[in-house]
Design a protein around this ligand. Structure first.
Ligand SMILES: [Ca+2]
Ligand SMILES: [Ca+2]
Ligand SMILES: [Ca+2]
Length: 263
């Protein structure tokens, strides 16, 4: 090889080497950082107020004296719910607790606890709604809306037809699984568990709303896409109804609870 050719090749090699170094120089050579922390204070507030349709607040929900011919009745009051929670995932659940059970330790599946109050022979397996004398109960339904106040009532309907009427049954903390119903339809093959714990994960049953930082959804069983409507603020309303058609004449009462729960 001639000296001139060798010189050219050498120069080319150095050029390529420099070019290669140039490419390597575009990547990260050193990476270092500054530790950064913040503790965002948690906020977990929930308040509920009975409101009269198209008017101000009320001390309670009162159905008054109900005619024996009435099957489903929406009272003169609804409930305004104001919430604020910045946890990763929260839910607001509606329920009664007519027998004062501790839902964290209550086992609706343990047969040994059948016979302990509430006795199924007297009260059956579902206790949500209002309670009268032993064995007398008036189931209740709930319907939630993203509105912050209401001027008119949602049409009463049988909560058993959830998606067509928009109402859900109010669950009780002591609700047990009814062993006579085993399979839900639809979807076929899903175990039909009516206990409060079984219904726990079903958004359209005990949950009235859920969300996380920056968003909140109000449950709406008539939205067949995701059973919920996005709310633009932290206030919504829950309407209730009494299902008197299956109840005997009596005087009924309960406390309607709203629980803020973190998932
Ligand atoms: Ca709202
Ligand atoms: Ca069942
Ligand atoms: Ca939706």
């Amino acid at each position: 090889m001639k000296m001139r050719t060798m010189l050219i090749l050498t120069l080319l090699s150095v050029g390529l080497l420099l070019a290669g170094t140039g490419i390597a120089g575009a990547g990260v050579i050193v990476s270092t950082g500054v530790p950064t922390t913040a503790t965002l204070q948690g906020v977990n507030t929930l308040s509920v107020t009975p409101m009269i349709y198209a008017a101000g607040s009320a001390p309670s929900i009162s159905f008054g004296t109900v005619s024996s011919t009435v099957s489903f009745l929406v009272p003169a009051q609804y409930v305004r719910v104001v919430h604020n929670d910045n946890s990763l995932a929260w839910e607001i659940k509606i329920h009664t607790n007519n027998f004062g059970v501790n839902v964290d330790t209550w086992d609706p599946y343990d047969p040994a606890k059948y016979g302990v109050t509430p006795a199924t022979a007297t009260w059956g397996f579902q206790y949500g709604g209002m309670k009268g004398s032993p064995g007398a109960k008036t189931p209740m339904g709930w319907h939630a809306r993203v509105d912050n106040s209401l001027a008119s009532k949602f049409a009463a309907g049988d909560p058993a037809a959830t998606t067509s009427v928009g109402w859900n049954f109010v669950k009780d903390h002591a609700d047990r699984d009814d062993p006579s119903t085993t399979v839900d339809t639809p979807p076929i093959g899903v175990v039909k568990d009516e206990s409060y714990k079984g219904a726990n994960g079903k958004a359209s049953y005990a949950n009235v709303a859920y969300g996380g930082p920056g968003y909140q959804n109000v449950v709406n069983p008539q939205d067949l896409i995701d059973y919920s409507d996005p709310d633009t603020d932290k206030t919504f309303v829950v309407e209730v109804e009494g299902c008197f058609g299956s109840a005997p004449a009596d005087t009924y009462s309960t406390t309607l609870y709203f629980d803020l729960v973190h998932q």
